[in-house]
Design a protein around this ligand. Structure first.
Ligand code: AHR
Length: 512
């Protein structure tokens, strides 16, 4: 495909042609490039893979005997694509599925595993072909670390403790030997372990005080080998409800490393009529951005509680489910949560990642929901075919922020406004990567008006070494199985201290 190179002259011409030059947003970004803020933990780029629809089966797992090229049963095309964006962490097996999952169903010879019912997601048969050993194979193939979510809702403290021993013990214990007999001699490492999921909902419909008592019981049952600490995650709240953060951080004093938080972007704010993934206008685009941007308030409100209850900053705030959630496409299984992904999703992803960078001191880990074929996915599959979504490309462009060190900056921007509400028109990130280079991301949330960017970095910067842009003419531009390369990052060469950031675009620059 011939690459489109964005230059100042092209942009200027298109601006005059569309007669919107006068409406350009005015943006100034100022920073001292010697300053340093928090490290952007690479686990902010974690991904969620639940036993839900075709997220695992079909999307990742095709089985050893499939015609689709695979390694250890996992399709090579998807694994390679995920390796390319350096997925640091995978959360598994749910979600709501986690609180109905019994790990013993997923070990031993696959032919002998019981068929259970995935009652949360369509009531379909769950073959348990992907269990503990397969999950660790997947993580290994992708090069990711692991986040396992345990079953508090329908399990027991003993079952949870046994699972962790089975995975992590190097003793001569019966459980460790069972793992060896099932083909894995060495123990595995678990980076994060969640004690339940959405305990206020599908994880048991309980209140926060009851959950805290159970958390204490379960966390004290868990043993990990010395020197192999697991980061334990308390199941927290959602949207504007800060009560779970308040109660957990107040009443759990040991054995908790972070509190989870879930927030999904519904364009309409209505669970019965969420809006279409692909058919929307500029008004719905604004509503989507406005709802996405609520993440900032939710982060601030919860972090304020943590700063009060945990002034030493020991607890992380883990947004372990986030992303867009639209109506199911007509003709598709409602319980499978398959949705297309457009330029709008790419902008939503970039805005969220910028916010996580901004609050990186507390936000150490997040997981976009979900990795393949479910909700705001990186990848869509159809039989042997695979498509990388616009969201995938944001993760590709932003991977230079993994473990980068933030550089504090101020951003003055005009507003993107509609119906009496407004948002900053531009979102940004600035950090020094682990390679020593300075990286800047810029996102124009406005689908119509470009932004005039004035960089005021240590006075003046010398050069922008490279740039990439993700944008399109259509607000609902997407990649399909018929046209899989319609929307991909292009070189962005419109650089100087002052330049134009096109409407509805995500740009990443390497500065010198
Ligand atoms: O990601 C889909 C579902 O959303 C998860 O299973 C659940 O935790 C949340 O409600």
């Amino acid at each position: 495909m011939k690459q489109k190179v964005f230059t100042f002259s092209m942009l200027t011409a298109s601006l005059f042609a569309s007669n919107v030059f006068a409406a350009n947003h005015q943006v100034t970004i100022s920073a001292n490039l010697q300053d340093r803020g928090a490290v952007i933990n690479k686990d902010i780029y974690g991904q969620f893979a639940e036993h839900l629809g075709r997220g695992i089966y079909g999307g990742l797992w095709v089985g050893h005997d499939s015609d689709i090229p695979n390694t250890k049963g996992f399709r090579n095309d998807v694994v390679q694509a995920l390796r390319d964006i350096k997925v640091p962490l995978i959360r598994w097996p749910g979600g709501c599925f986690a609180d109905q999952y019994h790990w013993r169903d997923g070990i031993g010879p696959q032919a002998d595993r019981p068929i259970t019912i995935n009652s949360n997601w369509g009531g379909v048969d769950e073959t348990n072909a992907v269990g503990t050993h397969e999950f660790f194979d997947l993580a290994d193939l992708i090069g990711a670390e692991t986040y396992i979510n345990g079953n508090l809702g329908t399990g027991s403290a003993q079952e949870m403790a046994d699972w962790i021993e089975y995975i992590t013990s190097d003793n001569d214990s019966a459980l460790a030997n069972e793992r060896r007999a099932n083909g894995r001699r060495e123990p595995w490492e678990i980076k994060y372990f969640g004690i339940g999921n959405e305990a206020w909902g599908c994880g048991g419909n309980m209140n926060a005080d009851h959950y805290v008592d159970l958390y204490r019981q379960y966390s004290s049952a868990i043993q990990t080998p010395p020197g192999k600490e697991i980061l334990l995650v308390g199941s927290g709240g959602t949207t504007e409800d800060t009560q779970w953060t308040e109660v957990l951080s107040d009443r759990i004093h040991n054995d908790m490393d972070g509190i989870s938080f879930h927030f999904y972007t519904l364009p309409t704010d209505d669970w019965d009529n969420k809006g279409s993934a692909t058919e929307f206008d500029n008004t719905m685009w604004f509503h989507t951005m406005e709802r996405t941007y609520r993440m900032k308030t939710y982060l601030e409100n919860n972090i304020e509680i943590l700063d009060r209850n945990d002034p030493e900053g020991k607890l992380g705030f883990y947004v372990d489910e986030w992303g867009t959630w639209y109506d199911t496409e007509e003709g598709r299984e409602p319980g499978f949560l398959y949705q297309q992904n457009t330029l709008r999703d790419a902008v939503v992803a970039a805005v969220n990642l910028d916010l996580f960078h901004q609050y990186a001191k507390r936000v150490h880990m997040t997981n976009i929901a979900q990795m393949v074929n479910v909700l705001q996915a990186m990848i869509l599959t159809d039989g042997a075919e695979m498509v990388k979504t616009p969201t995938y490309y944001v993760y590709d462009m932003y991977k230079i922020f993994h473990d980068a060190t933030s550089i504090p900056f101020t951003l003055d921007t005009t507003k993107y406004a509609m119906d009496g509400k407004d948002l900053p028109a531009v979102s940004a990130s600035l950090a020094q990567g682990t390679d020593g280079r300075i990286y800047m991301a810029l996102v124009n949330l406005d689908p119509v008006n470009d932004a005039d960017i004035d960089l005021n970095l240590n006075g003046k910067i010398n050069t922008i070494l490279a740039g990439r842009i993700l944008t399109a003419d259509a607000i609902n531009a997407k990649n399909t199985f018929d046209n899989p390369h319609a929307l991909e990052p292009q070189p962005f060469q419109d650089w100087a201290d002052n330049f134009v950031l096109p409407a509805k675009s995500v740009v990443v620059l390497t500065l010198k």
